[in-house]
Design a protein around this ligand. Structure first.
Ligand code: BES
Ligand code: ZN
Length: 650
């Protein structure tokens, strides 16, 4: 991967060993995307048109991706695209694009020679297309292709794996480098494109995309979409299933399978207030509608900020809005991430750190400062836990991901440390100045993809130098490039956790019965109560907690997660059958990876983990399978992650 472009440009010898030859490390080049083969300095894709057939029983997508692009380098004659697990059948170019073409017929397409480079296990295969010279300002090619079982951004669910159980379900998770597994394109967040799509499905299922969904469309199997704002490839998203719509406001609504639709609409009823708050703080919402698609429980992330249509795990539906900060988070990405985008995955903190900060601001405005600061304190604990296990070089905001799968290097650092950095600037410069800065930042870089260094330049000009003597550039560098949490951090505190600490201490000392504590506590207090328990508890203590609070059967997936960590650490047998159910239904990586990791620490836990995982694996998303394989079967040859859910035991 560090051999960026080398193979495709025929410069293999020159580039081989470029990175760590003889122990020396080549410095990272800001703005260079080490996770894409696309030759973006020579060609830039500006628009994509998809015409796709989704075959739910056959578990394939086939069709055409037409790309419009500009040739930045007139001497360039090879267009390099990213693909992974795709079968490319034909590549054609618009006949009139070619220099000296005589045909005036815009609809004639001529075949172009192409080949696929040797696949890299992480990056996939570069698709190299030979192009004759052209003087057209915008050229077009169309690629006839199909997905395969190795298209790992796709999860195909059988009817039986859905809530409604009538129809299959398909969804995509493109971030970070999955778009190339279902569309051949320049799969780097540095490139932005508008898109249009036609999607054909069987009748009776609805297709939705990260575009202008029409809530009133008839479910006849033909759907059209337009995304008129330029977005990076990782935000292209599609879902197909037996889903219905319910409005929650004039520009907001929920798509979900019928059995969860009502509960979802109730849980997410505050979405419009969140948007209004965010608009007041960060400028207009520029995307038209904001809808939520409730995913099947196997969805690997909490939420995904697909523009105009966030994809959200059903584990957020707790019944009491206690976990809706995920919605605030995905909505906040409409500014930080979707409007101003990280140029490469090294710069992910620009997306996630800003978004965590914005999320807190939205949560404060809609649910109060107490709720927001409790969530920040929990986030800080998660960060500290991660820092204990991360190498110093992986504790920095601008992280070197060369030669690694960005999807497997996931931590709280870009999120929580990023948020702490912005909290620090906010505290130092004062709310008014910092808000002005943020708003200006979103306007200045709207619809652009930027690097850490571009952000730092803007920060210098508009905050550090504008209000001199408050924060030095050295202090900022320490935040961005140094490990750990800088000493000048302004750490969140919450007075709502004090009674929880007191109650826990008293209960542990045997001074108070469990049933006498916890009156009126909210979900965040329960999480704090459980997450800060000592490692070792007696069976009788766990039984007392369980009897008093029913943790083993809680409907709150986050509380259940914290409880199961104690269940595993203390081998509390009555909790294990619920844990098994949990692992077999939920595929959200943040919730299940720590549980598998904990289980693998003991021989009995290992036996349980392997048995349950064998049953759960066919129901997980391919990227989750990859991550859990590495935990449960470390060292095993890469297992089948074919995304069909067809293999595995049972
Ligand atoms: N964009 C992320 C999800 C993501 C990040 C997917 C990097 C792949 C690579 C999304 O906005 C996110 O951060 N989701 C969080 C929820 C949030 C409340 C912290 C999650 O999935 O837990
Ligand atoms: Zn996010």
């Amino acid at each position: 991967m560090a051999l960026k472009h080398c193979c495709v440009a025929g410069l293999l010898l020159l580039c081989a060993g470029m990175r760590a030859h003889g122990g020396e490390i080549t410095p990272i080049e800001s703005g260079l995307d080490y996770h894409s083969y696309a030759n973006v300095d020579q060609f830039r894709v500006t628009h994509l048109e998809l015409d796709l057939r989704v075959d739910l029983p056959g578990k394939t997508i086939n069709g055409i991706a037409a790309l419009e692009f500009k040739r930045l380098d007139p001497s360039a004659n090879q267009l390099v695209l990213d693909t992974k697990g795709l079968m490319v059948n034909d590549v054609r170019q618009k006949a009139t694009d070619v220099l000296g073409a005589t045909s005036k017929n815009q609809t004639i397409w001529v075949s172009r020679p192409f080949h696929m480079e040797k696949p890299d296990p992480i990056l996939g295969s570069a698709l190299v297309i030979e192009l004759p010279p052209s003087r057209k300002p915008v050229e077009s090619i169309r690629i006839d292709y199909e997905t395969t079982a190795a298209s790992t951004a796709l999860q195909w669910l059988t009817a039986k794996q859905t809530a409604g159980r009538h129809k299959g379900f398909l969804y995509t998770q493109s971030q970070p480098i999955g778009a190339r597994t279902w569309i051949p394109l320049q799969d780097t967040p540095a490139v932005r494109m508008t898109y249009k799509a036609k999607v054909h499905t069987e009748s009776g299922v609805l297709a939705v995309m990260s575009a202008d969904n029409d809530p009133t469309v008839k479910h006849k199997g033909e759907y059209s979409f337009i995304m008129p704002q330029p977005i990076p490839s990782y935000l292209i998203a599609l879902a197909v299933g037996d889903i219905e719509f319910m409005a929650t406001g004039p520009r907001t609504g929920v798509y979900a399978e019928k059995p969860v639709l009502k509960a979802a609409a109730k849980e997410f009823a505050d979405t419009e207030s969140m948007i209004e708050t965010a608009e007041k703080l960060f400028g207009p919402y520029r995307w038209g509608r904001y809808d939520i698609l409730v995913m099947p429980p196997s969805f690997p992330v909490g939420g995904m900020e697909n523009p105009r249509l966030s994809f959200i795990t059903p584990t957020v539906i707790a019944g009491d809005k206690s976990l809706v900060s995920v919605i605030a988070h995905e909505l906040a990405h409409s500014w930080s991430g979707n409007l101003v985008t990280n140029a490469t995955w090294r710069d992910l903190w620009l997306n996630e750190g800003f978004t965590d900060y914005l999320e807190s601001r939205i949560m404060t405005a809609v649910y109060g400062a107490e709720r927001a600061s409790m969530e920040e304190v929990l986030g800080l604990k998660a960060l500290r836990d991660d820092l204990k296990t991360l190498k110093p070089q992986d504790q920095v905001l601008a992280i070197d991901l060369r030669d690694r799968d960005p999807d497997l290097v996931f931590s709280n650092v870009p999120y929580q440390k990023g948020r702490l950095f912005l909290n620090f600037l906010d505290a130092k410069f004062g709310r008014e100045r910092f808000d002005g800065f943020l708003r200006g930042y979103f306007d200045h870089f709207a619809f652009q993809s930027i690097t850490t260094e571009e952000f730092l330049g803007y920060l210098d000009d508009n905050l550090l130098d504008r209000f001199p003597g408050i924060v030095t550039r050295e202090a900022v560098n320490e935040w961005v490039h140094g490990p750990g949490i800088p000493a000048d951090a302004v750490l969140p505190v919450s007075s709502a956790f004090q009674p929880v600490d007191e109650a826990r201490t008293a209960w542990l000392a045997g001074g108070v019965a469990a049933k006498k504590i916890g009156l009126g506590w909210v979900a965040q207090q329960w999480l704090y109560f459980l997450d800060n328990m000592p490692a070792a508890l007696r069976t009788q203590q766990l039984a007392e907690l369980d009897k008093a609070f029913g943790f083993t059967h809680t409907q709150n997936a986050e509380i259940a997660h914290s409880w199961f960590r104690l269940v595993i650490a203390n081998n509390y047998q009555p909790g294990f059958s619920s844990l098994e159910e949990y692992l077999k239904t939920i595929g959200r990586r943040k919730l299940i990876e720590p549980l598998y990791t904990d289980l693998m620490k003991t021989p009995a836990g290992t036996v349980f983990a392997k048995r349950v995982y064998a049953k759960a694996r066919p129901g997980y998303h391919p990227e989750t399978v990859k991550a859990i394989d590495a935990i449960v079967n470390p060292g095993a040859a890469e297992g089948s992650t074919d995304g069909t859910g067809a293999e595995g035991s049972e």
